[in-house]
Design a protein around this ligand. Sequence first.
Ligand SMILES: Nc1ncnc2c1ncn2[C@@H]1O[C@H](COP(=O)(O)OP(=O)(O)O)[C@@H](O)[C@H]1O
Ligand SMILES: [Mg+2]
Length: 371
Amino acid sequence: MINVCIIFGGKSVEHEISVISANSILNSINHNKYAVNGIYINKNGEITYTDIIKNKSDRLEFKPSKSNKILISVGSENSLLVFNKRKLIKTLRPDVFFPVIHGTSGEDGSIQGLLELMNKPYVGCDVQSSSICIDKIMTKKLIKNAGIRTTEFVEISKDDWVNKKTKILNRVKKNIGVPCFVKASNLGSSIGIYKTNKAKDLSKNISKSFKYASTILIEESILDVEEIEVSVLGNESLTVSCPGSIAPSSEFYDYNAKYIDGKSLTEIPYSRSLKNKSLGVEIHSMSTKAYKELNCSGMARVDFLYGKTIKRNKPALFLSEINTIPGFTEISMYPKLLEHGGLKLEKVIVTLINLAIKKYNLKKKLVTSFD
Ligand SMILES: Nc1ncnc2c1ncn2[C@@H]1O[C@H](COP(=O)(O)OP(=O)(O)O)[C@@H](O)[C@H]1O
Ligand SMILES: [Mg+2]
């Protein structure tokens, strides 16, 4: 039996999605092969132990217990100590961790850093690639440098905005124009993102975006946009899914269209890529190249935008962002795209755990002292 510990919840706007993702993994994992435990991080950031129950529809469910707090013991074999009112009631020895916290504190390298200190294998990207991919500016700079097409953008720090407002507005108007997207650099779930159709709204939207992040970007809008997502699985040799597309129910794929109204439509495979074979090839090769360029491992979902821009009359493919902990709910694109290629979620989970252990074992061989 391999002990797997799923870490979910988190101090993030995607908390509820993470809970659904964790339960979906819990119900798809092979319980004959894996002994599963859960760590739930509540919205205050407290780390608690969770029981596993069977709900009314006979499905397994994590049941976080408020009173059972977890103490993490770095560097020891019994790495998780479960306390109830100062009394040690359980010790856990996970062989591998499976973090499924989306966005802040889970996808940004923090949890991965903790697991590195604990010296344990964990599923997904490492600290470095997680923290690069959560940052839209860093991602765009690196992929642009690698020759991967992405939208033109202007980055602004809070300090610049306070001191050089007019200069910045002129630069945005000259280099980007409207419509454009004003975005907080390091969030997800379309938080702090404002589609700006009129130049007069630019300043207001920039100020709004600065409420969420200290660095923001303003990027050119893709016109009549088609949104494409690809699932990638692997460390060195990669499984790349077919592309799927999403037609958001709102003007763009905002928080409401993503999680609330349930009216956004998906298409698997993305039909344009079937008609236009070279586009299909381009999506595949750009996904692979970006994944490798950003040093991803385990898994990631690579998102693209396809369409024209103010400057470009012919539609083209633009890499938009890379999500290192994609959604794992029953309706999430990451598992659905892989399933289309014949990989059921159960198999995806086994593969991810094996990849995590393989990466850890390779790293363990590195010399850590000099003699
Ligand atoms: N340059 C763009 N052109 C057109 N639509 C965009 C552009 N950038 C973002 N969007 C829209 O905004 C949504 C959220 O932007 P994205 O960069 O993916 O942020 P998040 O990390 O919050 O998902 C996208 O799914 C898309 O609908
Ligand atoms: Mg997105």
